[in-house]
Design a protein around this ligand. Structure first.
Ligand SMILES: [Zn+2]
Length: 300
């Protein structure tokens, strides 16, 4: 009988998709998993987003749970190998599903998941999710879309273990309707969610160019030493610069086009911003971003 259990386990793991997630230590208390700067597809299977673990000494706090159950499971296992600590809290930065479809894994463990009240209005647990339609069924296995159990509508400061966590909600629509950032004042570490992209073109599809630039201006007052975005690898104190310049350059050019009476199609054709052309996802996102910016800015 003793051979039955190992046999069953090896059969069940044979079918399970395994994410190759590599933990990277960003600061002594923060370890992150950096996803590919790419759209979600069957190659990366949703490993195209950044998620982080904060070591509070008594527990972990997780910033974004990732794109699926098995992604969250793989990250959790990698962290337990580094230091076995329970996860006490998961914080979701915003409603885009690559950032929170791993919630079900933590909810199943009884871990509290927290997000902004935008989850009440703008998050969908309908099937199939955007992630589900783009990644392989094996990688999506066991994922149950699970919204945060607790939502907040104003800033909050939490003391967990030896960490103080400041949760700030952006004043207005920026990358999404309501973006939440987490700041650790002791080490001046900022988890900026998708207000900060690197190594790829940001996505303005769901956002507001003015609100996003304002949010990045507000975040500058925190004087963060380490800035971790929702996508991309850069984490120094200049990590928000690429997104900021991309958006401000775009706004200047689109405003000028509108003022000169140039129509939307010609503006999309003209505002090519060649210095960003070599960035990943330029071909798939840039034109749509100019289109979205034009539609917002023409009402000013
Ligand atoms: Zn997003």
């Amino acid at each position: 009988m003793r051979w039955i259990l190992p046999l069953l386990i090896s059969f069940s793991t044979l079918n399970a998709y395994e994410f190759a997630l590599t933990p990277k230590r960003v600061t002594p208390e923060v370890t992150c998993f950096f996803g590919e700067p790419a759209a979600m597809d069957k190659n990366n299977n949703g490993n195209m987003v950044n998620t982080c673990y904060i070591d509070t000494k008594k527990s972990y706090v997780v910033i974004d749970s990732g794109s699926s159950y098995l992604y969250a499971d793989a990250a959790y296992k990698a962290m337990q190998k580094i230091k076995p600590l329970p996860v006490e809290l998961v914080i979701n930065t915003h409603v885009h599903d690559d950032h929170w479809l791993g919630n079900g894994f933590f909810a199943q463990k009884g871990v509290m998941v927290l997000g902004s009240d935008d989850f009440i209005h703008n998050a969908s647990i309908d099937s199939p999710s955007r992630i589900q339609t783009h990644i392989s069924p094996e990688a999506y296995a066991m994922t149950i879309p699970t919204l945060p159990a607790e939502t907040i509508s104003s800033d909050r400061t939490l003391k967990i273990g030896e960490q103080e966590l400041q949760l700030h909600l952006m004043a207005r629509k920026a990358h999404s309707d309501k973006d939440l950032v987490v700041f650790l004042p002791k080490s001046k570490t900022l988890f900026a969610g998708d207000l900060v992209f690197n190594d790829r073109v940001p996505s303005l599809r769901d956002g507001d160019i003015n609100g996003w630039i304002d949010a990045l201006d507000d975040l500058k007052t925190l004087n963060a030493m380490t800035i971790i975005g929702g996508h991309g690898f850069r984490t120094d104190n200049k990590a928000a610069d690429m997104t900021y310049h991309y958006l401000t350059d775009m706004r200047t050019q689109v405003r000028a086009a509108i003022a000169a009476g140039v129509g939307i199609d010609e503006t999309i054709h003209k505002v090519q911003m060649p210095s960003y052309q070599d960035l990943k996802m330029y071909d798939t996102l840039h034109r749509g971003n100019v289109d979205a910016a034009y539609r917002m800015l023409e009402w000013e």
